[in-house]
Design a protein around this ligand. Structure first.
Ligand SMILES: C[S@@+](CC[C@H](N)C(=O)[O-])C[C@H]1O[C@@H](n2cnc3c(N)ncnc32)[C@H](O)[C@@H]1O
Length: 210
């Protein structure tokens, strides 16, 4: 898979996100963490971690974080943030979410934040990713998928151009997500609508039975 950030760089992605959006993203995750009856650091997977916007603060709070992404450019930025903060409880690896390289029952929390799931173009792959993600959760674990809520009446596959790199982006609807999740292997799930900063979001929360 191509690194669409190779030319535009990490700063391009950073310029697309507001502090309010990131603050509300962290508040949402912290609420989930505090509702779980775990003591101590959690094992967290940050799928499509980008430059570590979510992984770095979570590792600073004492959790054990694995972040993966397909973009070498963004992973280099995540690594340099890790070095700058002298963190040894976060690791970044290159991987493709369509071929998750993790064992079953490995993580307490799996995160897929800020539209990363929109990069999964085909419905069969969306179902596979959700099934894989449910499989790598430990009993009692929770996965969160955060997507833009376009309030559109129908889901659609868009072709976007980032500085000459063309990629597919699946615009989700609550109804479509309900359809995919209802045929998934997830033990249980809920689909919520909320705001992160000024942005409307759809949040999928998948829970694994204890
Ligand atoms: C909008 S960014 C979000 C980054 C990060 N999750 C965050 O919240 O800051 C989308 C990310 O998905 C990554 N991505 C897209 N397709 C991917 C794939 N198949 N496997 C792994 N990462 C992917 C991109 O490289 C990019 O880092």
């Amino acid at each position: 898979m191509d690194d669409i950030y190779l030319d535009v760089g990490t700063n391009w992605l950073k310029s697309k996100v507001s502090d309010d959006f990131t603050t509300d993203t962290h508040l949402y995750i912290e609420n989930i963490i505090s509702s779980m009856s775990f003591g101590g650091g959690l094992r967290i997977l940050d799928m499509c971690c980008g430059y570590g916007r979510v992984s770095i603060p979570l590792s600073k709070r004492g959790h054990f974080v694995v972040g993966f992404d397909v973009s070498e450019t963004l992973l280099k930025s995540a690594e340099s943030a890790k070095r700058k903060e002298l963190l040894n409880n976060v690791m970044f690896v290159r991987a493709d979410m369509l071929k998750l390289p993790f064992r079953e029952k490995t993580f307490d929390i799996v995160l897929c934040m800020w539209a990363s799931f929109n990069f999964v173009a085909h419905i069969e792959d969306q179902l596979n990713v959700i099934n894989e993600l449910a499989a790598i959760l430990l009993p009692g674990g929770v996965a969160i998928i955060d997507l833009p809520n376009e309030h559109s009446s129908s889901e659609k596959l868009l072709t976007l151009d980032v500085s000459g790199s063309v990629y597919h982006y699946f615009q989700h609807t609550k109804r479509h997500l309900e359809h995919v999740l209802s045929s998934s292997l997830a033990d249980s799930y809920k689909i919520e609508e909320c705001m992160f900063g000024a942005k409307d979001r759809i949040i999928v929360v998948i829970s694994k039975n204890v």
